[in-house]
Design a protein around this ligand. Structure first.
Ligand code: CTP
Ligand code: MG
Length: 235
């Protein structure tokens, strides 16, 4: 069965600070979105990339993709996104032609994911998992807190989950298409990743090893790190 990638790229990038929508900002001279599309198209499995563009930026994204060559085996489509990441992914899924039975969902904000990570996710879905996430152990201990009594007061710590059992999850997340479509139809509250909607359906989700370079560009320091990774790759 064929594999398509949906790339939500419609966010503003508020945490990165003022400027163009995050996916259109340059990393070492090339828009972040182009790095992300190339990273997915580098996988021989991926035959179609659906980019979910900022609502007012679809034409600009289309011309960017026309201007940056992709491998001949990879087609692309551009659709306008929505108010939330979840809505943007749903709009991308609705644009998928019928022949794609496996869908990867990949943040444009993770422009440097290595191809081996993409392939590992696809292979786990091909091996029968309905949902697959790339995941890494945490460096920091994580604590659950309660709301502070008053704004500006310290937050009470209520629990410390055992770190060795926790994972930070990345993208691309891979899905059996019908499962992901059903998840998007039945889960209505807002979530920050697609696999959690599959968990809510009661279906199994499995984790494969993620990669440090698949980190999400979220805050200004992440831009510094991303450009350093690119510079190291060019050595
Ligand atoms: N995204 C999207 N549509 C939205 C919001 C987010 O397609 N309405 C995409 C972003 O473009 C990004 C991915 O979802 O590729 C992950 O989201 P995040 O890192 O939170 O990006 P932004 O929402 O743009 O950043 P911020 O939350 O700081 O505004
Ligand atoms: Mg966001």
């Amino acid at each position: 069965t064929s594999v398509a990638a949906v790339i939500p790229a419609a966010g503003r990038g508020v945490r990165l600070g003022p400027g163009a929508p995050k996916a259109l900002r340059a990393l070492s001279g090339t828009p972040m979105l182009i790095h992300a599309v190339r990273a997915l198209a580098a996988s021989r499995h991926v035959a179609l990339v659906v980019v979910v563009a900022p609502p007012d930026g679809a034409a600009e994204v289309k011309s960017l993709l026309d201007a940056h060559a992709l491998p001949d085996r990879t087609d692309f489509l551009v659709v306008p996104g929505g108010e939330s990441r979840q809505e943007s992914v749903r709009l991308g899924l609705e644009a998928l032609p019928p022949q794609y039975g496996i869908v990867l969902v990949h943040d444009a904000a993770r422009p440097l994911v290595p191809v081996d990570t993409v392939d590992a996710v696809v292979e786990a879905v091909r091996d029968g998992a309905p949902a697959v996430v790339p995941a890494l152990p945490l460096a920091d201990t994580v604590k659950e807190v309660a709301p502070a009594a008053e704004a500006g007061e310290p937050e009470p710590v209520v629990a410390t989950p055992e770190r060795s059992r926790l994972r930070a999850v990345q993208t691309p997340q891979g899905f059996d298409r019908a499962t992901l479509v059903r998840a998007h139809e039945s889960v209505t509250e807002n979530v920050t990743d697609d696999a959690s909607m599959v968990e809510q359906l009661g279906l199994p989700v499995v984790a494969v090893p993620g990669h440090e370079e698949a980190f999400k560009v979220t805050r200004p320091l992440d831009l510094v790190l991303a450009e350093a990774v690119l510079a190291r790759r060019r050595l």
